[in-house]
Write a protein that binds this ligand. Structure first.
Ligand SMILES: [Ca+2]
Length: 312
């Protein structure tokens, strides 16, 4: 019996392979990233609604994506522009992506000649050197979040599958043997929530996930750290699917440090004395000083009398 790969995986099996080759041919690989977008820290909730004013208020990075030139039929060389921003709070991170699109193309159950608009964001699994842009490598895999209109969103991993033993793969929640260079992470890691709208010839998409990493092949988000991403986009009306798509180079993001919590104020307890108390205390002070003076004077007179020589 031969297991069939999920349709979504079939569609994107060669996406980043082809994309990587295309990038190699068309665009020089970037080996170091200068952060171009700050992932803002938010002390509050992150709106899932792409129409929320919140997203209007954030700076966006404009990314230019180029056509791949490997998979036939080749499409005319062209570019696409995506605008992206991101924000995070104590528990979640959200990516917002918007782009002009002349047609709303969505997945149709059973449709064979209808292709959906889609977007993917690829991140290194671990910090450090950038993985190979084409789906990473066994030693340096990549994590991918893939959205397809209208509401499919999946967490995928690529690059590591063929470097693991069947036992290691099972321990990670993967099938014993890899069926595709790009694999869907286990259900426990399918924690992305997405919301997209198509209005006025434009897609606006928000994808949200917890910041922490709960799986060795899942990218964690570290406050103050840096992120590198690759954007991919499929235009359904242009029959783009699988390797037929547009892709960016590596793009740099800086995760803003959360503001330092104010230091706890150490309360200094000081004795306060009221005017009334001062007035009440004065008599006791006067009595004490006067008494002391009398004692000293008496002692002095006594000593002087004792020392006076007696008259003959
Ligand atoms: Ca479209």
């Amino acid at each position: 019996m031969v297991d069939r790969a999920p349709p979504a995986l079939v569609i994107i099996v060669s996406v980043f392979v082809v994309a990587g080759l295309a990038t190699l041919l068309d665009t020089p690989l970037v080996t170091a990233q200068t952060p171009e977008l700050v992932v803002r820290y938010v002390n509050g909730s992150l709106p899932l609604d792409p129409r929320a004013d919140f997203w209007e208020g954030l700076d966006k990075m404009e990314a230019t994506l180029g056509s791949q030139s490997i998979v036939y039929p080749l499409t005319p060389q062209s570019t696409a522009t995506l605008r992206i921003t991101a924000a995070y709070n104590l528990s979640h991170i959200a990516f917002y992506v918007e782009w002009e699109d002349p047609s709303m193309d969505v997945e149709v159950p059973g449709g064979t000649d209808v292709f959906a608009d889609a977007v993917a964001i690829q991140l290194p699994v671990s910090e450090g050197s950038l993985p190979y842009i084409c789906m990473g490598t066994v030693s340096d895999p990549v994590y991918i979040v893939y959205w397809k209109a209208p509401e499919t969103v999946e967490a995928l991993v690529a690059g590591s599958g063929y470097g693991l033993s069947p036992e290691e793969r099972e321990a990670l929640g993967l099938s014993k043997t890899p069926k595709s260079p790009i694999e869907k992470l286990p259900e426990s890691e399918q924690d992305w929530v997405a919301s997209a709208i198509y209005e006025g010839g434009m897609w606006r998409l928000v994808m949200v996930r917890e910041t922490g990493s709960t799986h060795p092949l899942e990218t964690g988000i570290r406050p103050g750290g840096e992120l590198s991403i690759v954007l991919a986009r499929w235009e359904g009306s242009q029959y783009e699917r699988g390797g037929l798509k547009k892709i960016s180079g590596w793009l740099g993001l800086k995760v803003e440090e959360p503001p330092v919590a104010p230091e706890a104020v150490t309360e200094t307890v000081t004795e306060t004395v009221t005017v009334e108390e001062v007035v009440e205390r004065v008599p006791y002070s006067v009595v004490f000083v006067a008494g002391l003076a009398l004692i000293v004077a008496a002692a002095t007179i006594y000593v002087m009398l004792r020392r006076r020589p007696s008259s003959a």
